[in-house]
Design a protein around this ligand. Structure first.
Ligand code: FAD
Length: 468
């Protein structure tokens, strides 16, 4: 009887409608920022709610944006995502898209500038941004989603919308509305989270030249030593020998690979090496455990870097990311579920609304390892994977679209999430203007609009495959 859950009934109450809009975007991460901008482009009333005090989502935790370039080096994410990068560049807060043999491309961004620049772009587009507001429930009429319930210091209030775009990363809106969702792999295991942290005082020149000149000692995974001889902004993945040595000498490290990301500022690097297996990113108790354990791991990792990795001799701790980075939680079951085969066969879809190229990249739910598989080129993301089963007036964009656990590991990086956001925003706009369901818009017209606004699609390049 000890574990029996207690229940208390919440009395029903009448909620105030805080706002009524054409398109409501829930979540201001890479997908949500772009979705809201696209939806607001020609004057619709658009709002974006965000539970934190800033936009950016995982763009603010010290990660480079991966996936703007494809495996053949061509730029496959353009349109509004590129415009955001251009704005960041104007304030020296983004790098070029740097080709990378492992990650296809990395685009370094300055996390603090992302918060400011993306917010400016949203405000300029006329998007009403509401911070400190958590989507806590939904307003349904049959199978139609009519609005959401937000929870904030002001209590519970309603925002009504003609179309809602769920960019929460966790499919919060879809789940609450009754869309069937999946979680993790067949055993229910999800990719583990990481608390990113930033070190200063690192001699990144010494680091890269050591790797370039002594590859046997400083062996990296998949990225040839010459790459480091030629690039001064990079991601180091590997250094397994050093880690083995450290572990033999008593260090307890949670991962098998060293991952170091150079920042945009001199001497600054971001470390992607904490790892807390078994965290459920939709449960506050589990998330709290992740924060505690992630923070606990930092000291040992920092000591390892300082004592074993060249260039870290004078490194000092600067800060942790503003929150634990969650790789995977729920995925919706949509009208089409993308699979590993779609990715590895570089699949064309006749309802393609974005093109991606990032490999399957699964941080194993158990242990400290990772599996990477490349397809050799690009694959399409079909519109049907953004359209949930069972619930009307809803589009989903970002890492929680309809995929398998394996396919999610590829489409989850930020450039494709931004591209999905653009497709979702333009689709929502069409649905409102034409007074049809998002599922019923003319996808060819959406593709034409995406292309005319600068997005990249492979339409016309090869015969598209029609799925039954
Ligand atoms: C540790 C780690 C390392 C990674 N490395 C890279 C990398 O190097 N490069 C790369 O491109 N990608 C990387 N990824 C993947 C990538 O960061 C994410 O998959 C991507 O950011 C997902 O974008 P999104 O817009 O779907 O969601 P998110 O970036 O998670 O944004 C979701 C937003 O919604 C808000 N939100 C959530 N729920 C609610 C709610 N109920 N109400 C209101 N607001 C809500 C959140 O606060 C957040 O701002 C990494 C991920 C992790 C965790």
């Amino acid at each position: 009887m000890e574990n029996q859950t207690k229940y208390i009934s919440e009395p029903s109450k009448t909620l105030a409608v805080r706002n009524e809009v054409d398109v409501l975007v829930v979540g201001g991460g890479p997908a949500g920022i772009i979705a809201a901008q696209a939806a607001a482009e020609d004057g619709l009333k658009v709002a974006l709610i965000e539970s934190r005090s800033f936009v950016g989502g995982n763009m603010t935790i010290g990660l480079p944006i991966l996936g703007f370039l494809g495996q053949k080096g061509n730029q496959i994410i353009k349109g509004l995502p590129q415009k955001l990068i251009d704005r960041l560049k104007q304030v020296d807060a983004a790098s070029e898209h740097r080709p990378c043999p492992l990650h296809m491309s990395l685009t370094l961004v300055e996390p603090e500038a992302v918060k400011t620049v993306a917010l400016e772009a949203l405000v300029e587009s006329g998007v009403e941004v509401l911070f400190y507001s958590f989507c806590a429930g939904v307003v349904m009429e049959g199978d139609e989603l009519k609005g959401i319930i937000i929870e904030s210091k002001a209590g519970r209030e309603v925002i009504l919308a003609k179309v809602i775009i769920d960019c929460s990363g966790d499919a919060d809106v879809a789940f609450k509305a009754g869309v069937p969702c999946e979680y993790g792999n067949e055993q229910g295991g999800v990719q583990p989270p990481t608390l990113m942290f930033c070190l200063g005082g690192v001699d990144t020149e010494q680091l890269r030249l050591s790797i370039a000149e002594e590859p046997r000692t400083y062996l990296t995974d998949f990225i040839p030593a010459e790459y480091f001889g030629q690039n001064n902004q990079f991601i180091v993945v590997g250094l397994r020998k050093l880690m083995q040595q450290a572990q033999e000498e008593g260090y307890k490290l949670p991962v098998e690979r060293t991952i170091i990301i150079t920042g945009l500022r001199k001497g600054e690097v971001w470390i992607n090496m904490t790892r807390v297996n078994g965290v459920n990113g939709t449960d506050p108790g589990s998330l709290s455990f992740g924060e505690i354990e992630g923070r606990r791991q930092i000291e040992e990792i920092q000591k390892y870097l300082i004592n074993y990795v060249p260039g870290f001799e004078n490194a000092y701790f600067v800060k942790t990311a503003p929150f634990l980075g969650i790789r995977e939680t729920r995925r919706i079951v949509g009208q089409y579920t993308m699979t590993q085969e779609d990715i590895l066969s570089c699949k064309h879809f006749d309802d393609a609304v974005a093109v991606a190229s990032y490999p399957l990249d699964i941080h194993h739910p158990q242990g400290g390892g990772c599996t990477l598989v490349w397809c050799g080129d690009c694959y399409d993301i079909p519109y049907r994977s953004l359209i949930p089963q069972k619930v009307k007036n809803l589009i989903v964009a970002g890492r929680c679209i309809s995929t398998t656990h394996e396919a999610m590991s590829a489409i989850r990086v930020m450039a494709p999430c931004m591209a999905m956001g653009e497709a979702a925003g333009r689709a929502a706009k069409m649905a409102v203007r034409e007074q049809v369901q998002p599922a019923d818009i003319n996808v060819q017209k959406l593709q034409q609009e995406l292309q005319s606004k600068g997005a990249y699609l492979r339409i016309g390049q090869e015969e598209a495959v029609t799925l039954g």
